[in-house]
Design a protein around this ligand. Structure first.
Ligand code: FMN
Ligand code: SF4
Length: 366
């Protein structure tokens, strides 16, 4: 039997990873009001690292208090947060994992109970959210600088990389989307203009972290909504990222994210593969594929045949933080997670947790 690629090492910029398995950013919703992680967050990162994952991407962290998405979100908006972030990095490093900080601004998607006056490229409301205020060009450059400062804190805290969140309908995704961005200045209209904010953020982040430090982008390749960003447009943006100093792309989609349910058969896995294929066509960068990866044979096939460089998982690692070790020991191994989406916290302070009992809702089938 061929050994497969999943457990072979890979290098992204200065970051050496022990395998091709990534914990996709997952907001644990377990932070204190000032954005510092609670003890339970550190436990989650310890268990993930111990379970054998190559790279942990943190839950999204707000770069500015006005971009805080929800009350329990992690913060990276102030130097006072750096020691807590350093503890998080230590939890990953202690067991041989690498860690990236995902940096974000929620824009119009911020909880209005948390942010007084949500802002966005244009005054277009998201579902169940108030009409946001349109950002001025001066505010846009302030936010660009805030992304850079947050990235600098990640580096100072000992993180191995940063990931810019440009997906799931948050601020950068709002700029990219023609449904949300109705601006008539040089941040709106053409694809190049809608991508200008991402370009400026990438430049600011690179300036802050210096040459060689890995900068990743999680890119919403399409909005999955009529009239929104198309796969062709998203793939074109992906093609620009290498020139903008980005080291790897995690491909995602959807103005609300793409978290499909009932991934119980191999045929339902890798549900975002089509957009990753489009990105592969335009970009030479390493591609990290997320979305419904559940079994080792499917992962191996993606790495061997589809030009995918790493695979990224969120929900399965909530249920089984030691899934990487299990897959390493079993070429036919698969996650227990059935993608029922009941791990999202419903009440403040609950945090992420798998709520599916053993044997409930059937067993994943081959
Ligand atoms: C509880 C939960 C929290 C998430 N938080 C984030 C986040 O902070 N940033 C992000 O980019 N994606 C986030 N996602 C999306 C995941 O990273 C991933 O893209 C998606 O769940 C699909 O992967 P999966 O099928 O392996 O779960 C979250 C998903 C879940 C289930
Ligand atoms: S509740 Fe458990 S089984 Fe359901 S999606 Fe979340 S981790 Fe998977």
């Amino acid at each position: 039997m061929t050994p497969g690629l999943l457990f072979s090492p890979i290098q992204i910029g200065s970051m050496a990873l022990r395998n091709r398995l990534v914990r996709s950013a997952t907001a644990e919703k377990l932070c204190l009001p000032d954005g510092r992680p609670e003890e339970r967050t550190f436990d989650i990162y310890r268990r993930l690292a111990h379970g054998g994952i190559g790279l942990i991407i943190s839950g999204h962290a707000y770069v500015d208090p006005r971009g805080k998405c929800h009350a329990q979100m992690m913060g990276a908006y102030d130097d006072a947060l750096t020691p807590a972030l350093a503890r998080l990095a230590e939890c990953a490093h202690k067991d041989g994992a690498r860690i990236a900080l995902q940096i974000n601004h929620g824009g119009r998607a911020c909880d209005p109970a948390v942010v007084d006056e949500p802002v966005a490229p244009s005054p277009v409301a998201a579902e169940n959210r108030p009409v946001p205020r349109e950002l001025t060009p001066t505010e846009i450059s302030e936010l660009t600088a805030a992304f850079g400062r947050a990235a600098g804190r990640a580096r100072a805290a000992g993180f191995d990389a940063v990931q810019i969140h440009a997906a799931h309908g948050y601020l950068i995704g709002q700029f990219l989307s023609p449904l949300v961005n109705h601006r008539t200045d040089h941040y709106g209209g053409s694809l190049e203009n809608r991508a200008r904010f991402l370009h400026e953020v990438a430049r600011s982040v690179r300036r802050a972290v210096g040459v060689g430090f890995p900068v990743l982008v999680k890119l919403g390749v399409s909005d999955h909504t009529e009239g929104g960003l198309t796969v062709a447009e998203g793939a074109e943006v992906a093609g620009w990222l290498a020139d903008w100093g980005i080291d790897a792309i995690e491909t995602s989609a959807g103005l609300q994210g793409a978290v499909q349910t009932r991934i119980t058969r191999p045929q339902r896995e890798a549900y975002l593969l089509e957009s990753a294929r489009a990105v592969r066509h335009y970009s030479p960068l390493p591609i990290i594929l997320v979305g419904g990866l559940r079994s080792r044979p499917v992962m191996e096939q993606l790495l061997a045949e589809e030009g995918i460089d790493l695979v990224s998982l969120s929900r399965p690692l909530i249920r089984e933080p030691d899934l990487p070790r299990k897959l390493e020991n079993d070429p036919e191994g698969r996650a227990e997670c059935v993608s029922c989406n009941r791990c999202w916290p419903r009440t403040p302070g609950e945090g992420i947790a798998c709520k599916r009992k053993q044997g409930e809702m059937g067993t994943p089938t081959a």
